[in-house]
Ligand binder design. Structure first.
Ligand code: SR1
Ligand code: MG
Length: 429
């Protein structure tokens, strides 16, 4: 049931949440001890929801409750509670497809738009770690397994046509969240929009260029159309480094409330964009010249490995688990058929790479000129230094979108990023 049962909904602040959790025997047992002594802390630093950490004598849980509006903006921007339904549905599916890579689900209340999950401890939001120049040795293997398996097994390569269409329908109601993406990522940064902001005055000129750049407007509009009209697979839908929790040895993907059936490159591009932004932001976090060089090398290496490993794992699944209705086996019989199908797989990945690179570019530009920014850049205190890092990222992003044909491999992308590391933009102001 994806509808909003507004009558049963109430926001559970501390006391009400304590009573609620204490009334659910399984959760009470996980937490342990006297409910009156459970510390409850609101820790949500995302843009939309309340998130509480609750600790008991025995263990802890994380509680996420959707608000009927966008938290970042306030009650003036209503948002359906049904996103909690889609998040729960996506999380359940991801847990089946990529076990161990999402938080365990402990409880869900549809009417309260509330989900209780395992407490991830001592995990931190990956973006925070990247700002601190931390490296994550498990990340490549874990995120590429997550993406390859969730995207492949929800696509027409793995599902029958009936299963696939039913799955699209199950997520089709999450259109309010899609609309946020359609507006904030693919439209607003390229026009005058009340909620846009950037590092002014230094990027005023660049913001004006963006509004006047018809090549870019065509490129981003093609990406928008692809986002709206290509239900290839079940996407996480918001797979940035703020939606990933990490330790040195574990990776967990959280927050799939933007889940819907869309183009695969949108998820892969989100991961690459956010790593590339961490790379460009790094110069702004330097305390002494070169003191983050090792980290920066790791980030660019990670960008390359994420694409290469994702492509390898996805292709392996296609060779071993292609039980879907696309590319019928009967059409590719014998040696000739096998060779032709393999060539087609390579062509498919090349097309997916181009989508990925385009979406990565759009994801970058929105974080610099749109409503929702990221701490990679925001925590660079000196606005002029921040603007320099941001302008470098924008230069790469524009190239990726408008001169897409020049980027045939992931090494072309990291090579271009490396060349921009010390490029000095002309800033306004
Ligand atoms: C109004 S919501 C702004 C952004 O926050 C989420 O994390 C998504 O990225 C969305 O675009
Ligand atoms: Mg989120």
């Amino acid at each position: 049931m994806a509808g909003d049962r507004a009558g049963d909904y109430r926001i559970l602040h501390e006391a009400a949440l304590r009573d609620y959790l204490a009334g659910i025997p399984d959760l009470k047992a996980i937490l342990g001890g006297d409910p009156a002594a459970w510390p409850i802390t609101e820790v949500g630093d995302g843009n939309l929801n309340l998130v509480f950490i609750v600790k008991g004598a025995k263990g802890g849980v994380a509680v996420k409750q959707a608000l009927p509006y966008v938290r970042l903006v306030g009650e003036s921007w209503p948002l359906p509670l049904s996103r909690a339904h889609y998040e729960h549905l996506a999380l359940s599916r991801q847990a089946e497809l990529a076990p161990g890579l999402v938080p365990a689900l402990l409880h869900h209340n549809e009417a309260l738009a509330l989900t209780v999950m395992e407490l991830l401890e001592p995990h931190i939001i990956m973006r925070r770690g990247l700002v601190a120049a931390a490296q994550y040795p498990r990340f490549v293997d874990d995120i590429t397994t997550f993406m390859a398996r969730t995207l492949f097994f929800t696509s027409d390569l793995a599902l029958s046509a009936v299963e696939k269409k039913e799955a699209i329908a199950a997520f089709a109601g999450n259109h309010a969240l899609c609309k946020i993406t359609e507006d904030l990522i693919f439209t607003d940064p390229y026009r005058i929009a009340e909620q846009n902001r950037w590092t002014a005055p230094y990027l005023d000129g660049l913001a004006a260029n963006l509004r006047d750049d018809m090549d870019l407007h065509v490129a981003v509009s093609r990406l928008k159309l692809k986002f709206m009209a290509s239900p290839e697979a079940l996407l996480h839908g918001d797979l940035h480094t703020g939606s990933i929790m990490v330790t040195e040895s574990q990776t967990r993907v959280i927050d799939p409330e933007f889940a819907f059936y869309g183009p695969m490159g949108f998820d892969v591009g989100a991961v690459l964009a956010n790593l590339l932004m961490a790379y460009f932001a790094s110069a702004g976090h330097e305390r002494a010249p070169g003191d983050r060089q090792v980290f920066e090398g790791w980030v660019l290496g990670t960008v390359e490995q994420v694409w290469n490993e994702f492509a390898r794992k996805f292709l392996d699944l296609w060779r071993s688990d292609a039980r879907g209705d696309a590319y019928p086996v009967s059409l590719f019989a014998g040696e000739k058929g096998a060779a032709r199908l393999e060539a087609e797989r390579q062509a498919y990945m090349q097309r997916l790479f181009m989508d990925t690179v385009g979406f990565a570019a759009a994801k970058t530009i929105r974080r610099i000129f749109g409503l929702a920014h990221n701490i990679d850049f925001e925590l660079i205190e000196d606005p002029e230094r921040r603007a320099v890092s941001e302008a470098r990222a924008v230069r790469l992003a524009r190239g990726l979108m408008v001169e897409a044909a020049a980027f045939r491999t992931i090494a072309d992308v990291t090579g271009a990023a490396r060349k921009l590391r010390d490029w000095m933009p002309e800033l306004t102001g």
